[in-house]
Write a protein that binds this ligand. Structure first.
Ligand code: DX5
Ligand code: ZN
Length: 219
């Protein structure tokens, strides 16, 4: 078994007090802070821009795991890098030149992630594995928290685990969407080692963040 990291998605936080929320999940044991960036174009919702990421940066020292659901993405990568992102994840489907976009992230000294929608096969990333530090498997259609996990993605997670192991490098295998303690067990068994959890982290309010994270980690 591997070392499991929990990445609470602040999409389910109280947006009126995001700084406090980030500090609270840090204290509650989050490994990464998962920040969902949506543009109302690539996905049907609008959330957070680089200025908000920058404003949150002083509130925690934890890794900022920034999930960009925007197209075009290249014009905004520099701004998210400057804002204090540690990992910048882009969607394989969001632009015509995935390799170039990943090179741009690496050139800025950031870790590069690539995300795959539920309908996208793992073969899409076969020729960029040397550039990636994280693969994000979407287990819901991107756009909203609180959706139901799509079980067909377990097979994809297993296949990507094999692809990662074949590289001989450490690459995070992150799963995003519908993760709760029961689902966590299944995705960990399939080979995932970073679990995003939005609603499962934030449900019940601040007093529950630590037990909620513990329940997912303990799966
Ligand atoms: C969905 C986002 C997810 C979302 C997960 O597009 O990428 O990170 O916040 O929320 P839950 O864990 O509630 O499915
Ligand atoms: Zn996400």
């Amino acid at each position: 078994t591997h070392n499991i990291k929990i990445a609470p998605s602040i999409l389910s936080a109280d947006f009126a007090k995001l700084g406090e929320e980030v500090a609270a999940i840090d204290a509650a044991g989050a490994d990464y802070i998962h920040i969902d960036v949506m543009d109302g174009h690539y996905v049907p919702n609008i959330t957070i821009g680089p200025d908000v990421v920058k404003a949150l940066r002083p509130h925690t020292d934890k890794v900022f795991d920034v999930h960009l659901m925007i197209a075009p993405v290249d014009p905004y990568i520099q701004a998210f890098a400057d804002a204090g992102s540690d990992i910048i994840t882009i969607h394989a489907e969001a632009g015509p030149h995935l390799h170039r976009s990943l090179q741009l992230i690496k050139s800025l000294g950031k870790k590069a992630g690539v995300s795959l929608n539920p309908s996208t096969p793992e073969s899409m990333i076969e020729y960029v594995m040397d550039l990636v530090d994280l693969v994000l498997v979407m287990t819901v259609n991107p756009g909203f928290g609180g959706q139901k996990f799509i079980p067909s993605q377990l097979e994809k997670i297993k296949r990507i685990r094999k692809m990662i192991d074949a590289t001989g490098r450490h690459i995070d295998l992150e799963v995003d969407g519908g993760v709760n303690p029961e689902i966590a067990r299944d995705v960990i068994a399939a080979g995932a080692d970073v679990l995003v959890a939005g609603s499962a982290t934030f449900k019940g309010g601040p007093s529950q963040y630590a037990p909620n994270i513990k329940a997912i980690r303990g799966a």
